[in-house]
Design a protein around this ligand. Structure first.
Ligand SMILES: [Zn+2]
Length: 430
């Protein structure tokens, strides 16, 4: 049922696709959470009450007509009042996602709002976050409390002692906002386990925005070869896999693969990563881009890495929540945890925010045989490999190591592998 033309799908099918994704990613329990879409005629399509989220089908989706009639085989979600209240107060919002994902619930029970200035894209996607005081679930009072936050212009709201609710101009946007907000909350929680998170200022956030490479000249003709098509398919497969494994979110993440000489293929900007298609990959040849497509804002950086490092054939840039805890606290991650981590990574230096921008050469210079991955503070991890699979493998190992280190903080002091053992690993594996 996966389709790139999400918005052309019937609201029932869109809701099923999104709820399946939310459930599979551990962002809701089977009983909690509800999604809705308002269509052009004012019909509200919404998930049913008390039906297993793990086995919903399109025919289970309920519909509230503008005249108040309810159609469908079940009762609509008990939270229909607040969905309705949001649509009434904000006509620009056409889809609503509500759930109880664990990290955002942590914020809701500590009665705090996550500060999204930790990573530029979290801030861009979620915007400022509102806070609705507690009221009985399903009550009109809860609907009013939430609607009054949306009336202030917030698109994302923490519901006190309950969860979160987000809106969007369509369901894709609402889902992406929801996912980015939970990733941001996880990164903040992991950062606090590790140290003190550092936040970006307005100038740094604005500088990030200016990096989208609209001005790269377009090529006259796309050179379509069989090896080029094979690379496209590989990138699509790997990006989707990274999303499924929790290593990439819908709104951020870039992958590229060298094609011929310094020409390469790269994901385009503003694409829903988990639903990426072959057409979302941009060919970069002789410094020119495929017509009509804007490549990732990291295009320049990827180009420079390929130009300076002939052995690097693939690059992945992403923001997994444990590695980003190191990125957000500016803490150096010691990879001498277990042999696997050291063998795969050896070291992963931190670089200041901004070193990923066009014109800076620190990262391309640092990437070499010894340094395969770097962490850009408050932005992303950049992992390279001889192949895309090797880059992915390194990314997965790095995120697992980061997770073990964050979790290990709760149980005791960290004892790295000693120098003698490292020498032994060098002799055995290099
Ligand atoms: Zn709820």
């Amino acid at each position: 049922m996966e389709s790139n033309n999400f918005s052309l799908m019937h609201p029932r099918d869109q809701i099923i696709l999104a709820i399946n994704r939310i459930y599979r990613k551990g962002l809701t329990t089977t009983s909690g959470g509800n999604l809705s879409i308002i269509d052009g005629e004012g019909n509200i399509w919404i998930t049913p009450a008390a039906v297993d989220k793990g086995s919903l089908t399109p025919k289970d989706i309920m519909c509230l007509l503008p005249d108040g009639t309810i159609e469908g085989p079940h009762r609509p979600s008990s939270e229909l009042p607040f969905h309705k209240a949001i649509y009434e107060i904000r006509p620009d919002i056409k889809a609503v996602v509500h759930a109880h994902p664990p990290a955002l619930v942590s914020f809701s029970i500590c009665r705090q709002v996550p500060d999204t200035r930790i990573i530029p894209q979290a801030q861009q996607v979620c915007g400022p976050i509102g806070y609705a005081p507690y009221s009985l679930p399903g009550s009109q009072k809860l609907g009013d409390a939430i609607a009054s936050e949306f009336a202030k212009g917030f698109n994302s709201v923490i519901m006190e002692n309950h969860g979160t609710v987000v809106g969007g101009k369509n369901l894709i946007e609402a889902y992406e906002r929801f996912e980015a907000m939970e990733f941001c909350a996880r990164t903040l929680i992991n950062s606090k386990a590790l140290g003190v998170p550092k936040f970006l200022d307005e100038e740094q956030l604005a500088a990030f925005d200016r990096q989208i490479p609209h001005d790269v000249p377009e090529m006259d003709e796309v050179l379509s070869t069989s090896d080029e098509k094979e690379i496209r398919a590989d990138i699509v497969r790997m990006v989707r896999r990274a999303c499924d494994q929790g290593l990439m979110m819908s709104t951020y993440g870039t992958a590229s693969v060298r094609w011929r000489d310094n020409d390469f293929l790269i994901t385009r900007t503003d694409v829903t990563r988990w639903n990426i298609g072959l057409d979302d990959i941009v060919q970069i040849r002789d410094g020119q881009r495929e017509p009509g497509k804007v490549p990732s804002r990291a295009m320049w950086l990827h180009h420079e890495i390929y130009r300076r490092n002939p052995k690097v054939n693939a690059i992945i840039m992403t923001q997994p929540p444990y590695l980003m805890a190191f990125g957000a606290t500016h803490e150096h991650m010691d990879v001498k945890t277990i042999p696997e981590s050291w063998i795969f990574l050896q070291d992963m230096p931190n670089l200041p925010f901004g070193s990923q921008f066009a014109g800076k050469t620190d990262i391309p210079e640092m990437i070499s045989n010894k340094i395969a991955a770097v962490l850009v503070n408050n932005d992303a991890v950049i992992v390279t490999g001889k192949t895309l699979l090797q880059a992915f493998d390194r990314l997965e190992v790095a995120e697992f190591s980061a997770k073990s280190l964050c979790m290990g903080k709760a149980i005791g002091r960290f004892h790295p592998i000693g120098d003698e053992e490292i020498e032994e690993l060098k002799r055995a594996f290099f």
